[in-house]
Design a protein around this ligand. Sequence first.
Ligand SMILES: [Zn+2]
Ligand SMILES: [Zn+2]
Length: 463
Amino acid sequence: MSITENQIDIHHWTPGSRAEPSVRIGVILASDGCGKIEMVLQGGPCVIGGNGVASEPMKAGTAIQIERSPEGLLLRIADGVIGPADRLRIDPQEQTDSAPGVGILVRDVVAGRGFHWQKKADQTLQGSVEFFATPSGIVMVNELPLEDYLVGVITAEMGSACPVEFLKAQCVVARSWLLAMTEPKHDDEPFDRCNDDCCQRYQGTGDMSQSAIDAVRGTRGLVLIDPNNKVLDANYAKSCGGISELPEHVWGEPKPGISAIVDAPTDDPVQQFMPVTEDNLDEFLDGDWLDKTRAFCSTHIVPVKTISKYLGRVDEVDDYFRWTVNYTRAELESLLRANLPEATGLGELRDLRVTSRGVSGRASKVELRWIDQTGSEAVHTLDSEYRIREVLHQGFLYSSAFALRIARDDSGAIETVTLRGAGWGHGAGLCQIGALGMGLTGHDVDAICQHYYPDAELQAVYP
Ligand SMILES: [Zn+2]
Ligand SMILES: [Zn+2]
């Protein structure tokens, strides 16, 4: 029995289906330019199919090679060649329970595409695999039940030291995001999601952590339902900075089920800053209250040095809750010339100010004024938090929740610009470091979901 015979795919799934869907994950992508794939069957017997192709069951231990030839895909096993075909598929003959090391071993799969830590590693995949011939090589897709996929995601994204209630909250969010399917990222490709940070990191199920298995099993089928009775496309970000942001200040429109919350117990001093405005911003960023706060994402609850042990790779800074970026005027000018097409002729930066903010202090509009190289004045507005973070930093600014502190000389010319900021990410929905802080201080999955999504409801959509 192959997986497709008894499972609904995620595109045809609705809460009324009351059944676990399967998902299709792009494991080797067209952009990888892969011409040959080496595999070993490690589970039970498998059958090969594809366009007009069918095989006898193959035993565990069988080595398989798939190659992109000019005529199409060729599958080589010890005693022969199958193909050419433009699509091939390998299905396990029986569905087996998740277990580490069971499945199809694939050699040299790319992880971390485009990042400095990009590498190739062997991966073990449960469920079925499918291969497509493309002009640049082979696309490989792993089709498997959603819950098994989630074990792989939680293992890849989260350290095994994480408190299990935090992992459960991550499962609920990841499951909701998948089932909501509101973000079409790979519409023209033969899979739903890729295996990288572009979607969610997934490196197969070869080394599943026990805590990931426990968290997924402990929340089976559990999702967030928005007030319109739809599965919530549950946004999350690394650190809110004390107050989370409304979707309208991030993406320009509200989202049912996502509101802004204060990320702290009800008697915490950070409560006084909701909403953050120009008037209380400096106190929010630097006040004495920071010594006393028990905000869940503050360093009092989650010390910075411990974060990488829970959340995997993080950038090396002292503090995500509060941070500082300094520029000389010349540095900021060259940054603007490089990052902003409208500013290539920028001569002298005269002013920059935040003209619109959300409730967490995140800027959604920044106005820039400069004199261009011909001597005339120019004005430009960065009009989204994303654009602000992209333009005002060489990499990507941690967040747009910052105060601009500008030092000028006697003539009024800018000397330096300091960005004093809070948080990491867009800040809407669940705050990951805060949810970790809640898990570390004894809150369970219900409390964590209730806290970050007070307008949504937890519901099991399949048994
Ligand atoms: Zn993707
Ligand atoms: Zn937070």
